[in-house]
Write a protein that binds this ligand. Structure first.
Ligand SMILES: Cc1cc2nc3c(=O)[nH]c(=O)nc-3n(C[C@H](O)[C@H](O)[C@H](O)COP(=O)(O)OP(=O)(O)OC[C@H]3O[C@@H](n4cnc5c(N)ncnc54)[C@H](O)[C@@H]3O)c2cc1C
Length: 399
């Protein structure tokens, strides 16, 4: 809404999952939207992403559920093995699917493309790295807010900082807060094309070994989305390439991990050290500037919830802006709805990451024994608060 209460103009910094979802949500509610993305194009590096039912509910509410289903596979939540292939966690796949819902797996580029297609031409400006915001640090400017990038600027009644974990908007809003902290492990992601015809690639699950982990999930085109992590100091890179590093670390684990690594292309492997925003922000907004997604609450990937939370944030923001009497009131409402939940998930993700990356053999044995005793009901109870999210009522904005 404009300060007068009408739908107004929004400038969104960052064209990732959260920024594009916010753009779709706001555009659908009559806002004029401009998304500024630093990358020259949206072609994401070739990794996959898993979306839990809460993230899919957000996409459904944006009107994109069917488009996403068409390019995804649905599978039961992952079960866990040890490096020899022995199942550590029990579970009835059909019951898990029925009670928790499916995990939707797709190429990340397909998710971004579905969001982009839901926007009219001209909304997304690529090659626009935001380096200035004209407002005082209360997030207010009398003449409207203005966001600058080399070669241009964009003005709005609302600025959305959806610029990821190293957010410039967050640093500008909260210059004294500590930045992201290294979580202690690095992560690899890769998509492996279908193995030879007839090979069973439709396997999924995670394998936990001492201090490292490998996960796989089938993609709709017969390929496999693989991810792995290992406890190492920050900033390392394999001199002979990351695929060679993965083969060294995981090539002796149970099939199909070695077969997948043998079929992978070196250029397909992405490596990122894992960071999280360990010190919570006092608020996700100030005045008429709001943060969402990783900019607001970057969490480790252990729960597979970072992207899902960016989608929830976007939906909640759009609903609040529809229902509240002013932008400031809407951002305060959205902050109340989001901060506690995202902090709870951030802590759970961190705890799960620590459990998955234990290295001490005694601790690993104790953990594995615990996993074997964990009943499907206990697992469901643990996951319920993660997955139990429904989009806010658009008429009340989730008040
Ligand atoms: C290894 C790994 C696996 C993961 N797996 C999953 C998963 O399975 N499921 C899940 O839900 N989540 C997963 N996540 C988390 C998920 O990737 C993030 O939480 C999600 O991408 C956050 O979306 P975002 O839009 O907030 O930020 P981003 O996706 O980081 O997007 C931010 C965008 O802002 C742009 N930008 C940055 N600075 C500027 C600037 N100054 N000006 C203009 N543009 C700028 C960037 O180029 C980028 O396009 C995983 C993360 C990792 C590291």
């Amino acid at each position: 809404m404009h300060r007068s209460g009408r739908a107004g103009r929004a400038v969104i910094v960052g064209g990732g999952i959260g920024g594009l979802a916010a753009a779709v949500g706001l555009h659908g509610r009559g806002w004029q939207v401009c998304v500024l993305e630093q990358a020259p194009s949206l072609e994401a590096a070739g990794s996959g992403i898993a979306l839990w039912p809460n993230g899919m509910r957000a996409l459904d509410a944006l009107g994109l559920g069917a488009a996403i289903q068409a390019v995804s596979t649905a599978r039961a939540p992952a079960r866990i093995r040890d490096p020899s292939g022995r199942w550590l966690s029990r579970g009835d796949t059909a019951a898990a699917l029925e009670r928790l819902g499916a995990v939707t797996v797709l190429h990340r580029a397909d998710l971004l493309e579905a969001l982009r297609r839901a926007l009219p031409p001209g909304v997304l400006r690529t090659g626009a790295r935001v380096d200035a915001i004209a407002a005082d640090r209360t997030g207010v400017a009398d003449e409207g807010l203005s966001v600058g990038y080399p070669g241009g600027d964009a003005a709005g009644d609302l600025v959305v900082g959806a610029d990821g974990i190293h957010s410039a908007v967050r640093s500008w809003l909260f210059p004294d807060r500590p930045g992201p902290r290294y979580a202690g492990y690095t992560a690899w992601r890769l998509v492996v094309p279908p193995l030879r015809p007839g090979a069973d690639q439709a396997v999924s699950g995670e394998t936990w070994g001492p201090g490292q982990r490998f996960g796989l999930a089938p993609l709709p085109d017969g390929g496999t989305y693989c991810y792995a992590s290992a406890v190492v100091p920050a900033g390392q890179h394999a001199g002979d390439g990351e695929l060679a590093e993965l083969r060294r670390r995981f090539g002796g684990w149970h099939e199909p991990i070695p077969a997948l690594l043998a079929a992978a292309r070196p250029a397909a492997v992405l490596r990122n050290d894992v960071y999280e925003l360990a010190t919570p922000l006092p608020s996700h907004s100030r005045g008429r500037v709001v943060l969402l997604g990783d900019a607001a609450h970057a969490m480790t990937p252990d729960l597979g919830q970072g992207g899902c939370q960016a989608l929830e944030d976007a939906l909640t923001l759009a609903a609040a802006l529809t229902a509240a009497p002013s932008v400031e009131a809407a951002l305060a409402r959205s902050d109340r709805a989001r901060r506690r939940r995202t902090q709870m998930l951030l802590r759970r993700s961190r705890r799960l990451g620590r459990l998955a990356h234990l290295r001490n053999p005694v601790a690993v044995a104790a953990r594995d024994a615990l996993l074997a005793r964990l009943t499907p009901a206990a697992n469901r109870r643990w996951l319920a608060p993660v997955l139990d999210w429904t989009p806010p009522d658009p008429t009340t904005g989730g008040r």
